[in-house]
Design a protein around this ligand. Structure first.
Ligand code: 13P
Length: 262
């Protein structure tokens, strides 16, 4: 059953690249990366580049993701962008990234509503969850993971759960945080098992096995293989290293070669 799940490498470009730079970078990646049926490569540029890249991208090679969205489809929300406005550009949307939770104070309710908006608009939500350094220090890792998972999915039905991707991103491992340090594979094994156990409690074991779980703490070409080899981990959400073509292409090549079925 495990081997029926797709593998993903997702590039989170965060607030980097102008539309022109993003377009040149996509061109560079397009020339270096061969499409693969086994691996879905997804690029998440800034909102301002989505339209340009959607006209340029070969969707058999790369899919596009938004890094955020609003929970409504239309309305008086100055400065916001809804999935109804951009769903013709993207197939995926990153929701609940720790930079949104902790820098922009997004609430669990907003995150749950965004997940719902994604499903309603036919866009695959990539729900990011992960404990902070303080949670870990206080022995609250499991409860932080569980509460973000359960709250984020509270409007997702049994019929829709296999349309959701979960990205485990321990906040203390993400390079934008002071004192960040790479996660140990054992931490990721424990988190993946906990996430699947909780999915099984709500949706049943068979359905829980269908959900893709990615690792998205700091990853680079030297650490990618170790994370991709973890059974039950279906790919990576890459930040900084996705901004450097050689790093990103190397991670993609590693992912094409790794098998980690249980
Ligand atoms: P870094 O790879 O830069 O640590 O970022 C990880 C991340 O936030 C992916 O969404």
């Amino acid at each position: 059953m495990d081997n029926a799940r797709k593998k993903y490498i997702i590039a989170n470009w965060k607030m980097n690249f102008t539309p022109g730079e993003a377009s040149l970078y996509l061109n560079k990646l397009s020339n270096k990366i061969q499409p693969s049926r086994k691996l879905q490569i997804v690029l998440a540029p800034g909102m301002v580049s989505l339209q340009t890249l959607s006209l340029q991208v070969n969707r058999r090679q790369f899919k596009l993701a938004a890094q955020n969205c609003h929970w409504s489809d239309y309305g008086p929300y100055t400065g916001e962008v809804s999935l109804t406005q951009i769903r013709s550009f993207v197939d995926y949307v990153i929701i609940g990234h720790s930079e949104r939770r902790y820098v922009f104070n997004e609430s669990e309710k907003q995150i749950a509503d965004k997940v719902s908006a994604a499903i309603r608009n036919g866009v695959t939500p990539i729900l990011c969850i992960g404990e902070t350094a303080l949670d870990r220090k206080d022995g609250e890792t499991n409860s932080a993971i569980n509460s973000q998972l359960m709250n984020g999915l509270r409007q997702v039905s049994k019929e829709d759960i296999d349309k959701v991707i979960i990205a485990y991103e321990p906040v203390w491992a993400i390079s934008s945080n002071k004192g960040a340090k790479p996660a140990n594979p054992i931490d990721i094994i424990e988190a993946e098992q906990l996430i699947r156990k909780n999915l099984a409690k709500i949706y049943g074991k068979d359905i829980a096995e269908k959900v893709s779980i990615l690792y998205g703490g700091s990853v680079n070409k030297d650490t990618a293989a170790g994370y991709l080899e973890i059974p039950g981990i279906d790919g990576l959400l890459v930040g900084n290293a996705s901004l450097i073509a050689d790093q990103f292409c190397a991670i993609v090549e590693i992912a094409k070669g790794v098998r980690n079925e249980r």
